[in-house]
Design a protein around this ligand. Structure first.
Ligand code: BT5
Length: 272
């Protein structure tokens, strides 16, 4: 593993800007050195007319955002922090699938690269029981219609002592080797684009198919969980599946509850 952070190879602007369409179709990648948040920049660009597939990736974020005003922290050069503008043609009622679709694609790309990853509903990607990637989706109205900004933070090269929280891990910590961020980015973007195109093309059956594939990759299904809800209450029970709308199905003492991703503060494995 690289011991000197300054020696970490930078993102390859030329290579990423010039990716051939057969490597990753329909993306245009902008590499920036430092921004407060790639999501904020992508939102700005979407308002200014950026097309579906515009991606901004930063060497460093100074104010990376998590969900619900939480923060996302990664030391310079150790992570992939990027956001993609999407302008889906599917009805907006299907858009709640976007965070799950993204988590599914990141998980699939990591598995293909040899990591033992899994998705935690709704949109965290884990290795073991530690978080390697987080996803933040923002939906906005632009003069060209509704758009979504899909933000992904993926811990790549951090050493154990560089991880921001004890619940985090990185690809380097998980495998003992620091992979090339350019290779990982291309793998994630191509898997994401493929999943997105299949979702857009799939019509009404897509939710069902996606629910099955997602459930198979999802470590939450089959676990006893505690779901913290915005009103301060908590739901406990066994997570038994994902419904065709992407909701988590929880069988509890009071019966079956369908939990939408937007309605949760935290999902945790229930204490035994
Ligand atoms: C997320 O929020 O997991 C969404 C993270 C999205 C980050 C990307 S980076 C590119 C784009 N631009 C942005 O500004 N954001 C997106 P949430 O589920 O709320 O998790 C946040 C929590 O994860 C924090 O409160 C910490 O406990 C923990 N955390 C912070 N940084 C982390 C990291 N690098 N790895 C793992 N966990 C982290």
């Amino acid at each position: 593993m690289t011991s000197d952070p300054a020696a970490r190879p930078p993102l390859d602007k030329t290579r990423l800007a010039g990716l051939a369409p057969d490597v990753v179709p329909d993306v245009h990648i902008l590499v920036v050195d430092e921004v407060p948040s790639t999501n904020a920049l992508a939102v700005e660009r979407a308002h200014a007319g950026a097309a579906d597939g515009f991606v901004v990736v930063a060497e460093h974020q100074s104010q990376g955002r998590g969900r619900l005003d939480r923060t996302w922290e990664t030391p310079r050069g150790t992570a992939l922090t990027f956001s993609m503008v999407l302008r889906p043609s599917v009805p907006t009622r299907s858009w709640p699938w976007l965070p799950l679709l993204t988590g599914y694609a990141v998980d699939k790309a990591l598995k293909a690269l040899g990591y033992d990853a899994g998705v935690k509903w709704p949109n965290d990607v884990l290795i073991g029981d530690r978080k390697v990637a987080g996803i933040l989706i923002e939906r906005i109205e632009t003069s060209e219609g509704p758009a979504a900004v899909v933000g992904v933070g993926l811990n790549v090269g951090m050493r154990e002592d560089e991880l921001p929280v004890p619940t985090a891990t990185s690809l380097a910590v998980a495998s003992g080797t620091e992979p090339d961020r350019n290779v990982v980015l291309v793998a994630v973007l191509s898997t994401l684009r493929e999943a997105y195109d299949a979702w857009q093309a799939g019509g009404d059956a897509t939710g069902l198919r996606l629910a099955e594939s997602y459930a198979a990759a999802c470590v939450t299904v089959g676990q006893d969980v505690r779901v913290d809800l915005p009103d301060g209450s908590a739901l406990t029970g066994r997570a038994t599946g994902i419904d065709p709308s992407g909701r988590l199905v929880v069988e509890g003492p009071g019966g079956t509850t369908y939990v939408a991703a937007g309605d949760v503060i935290h999902v945790r494995a229930a204490e035994q």
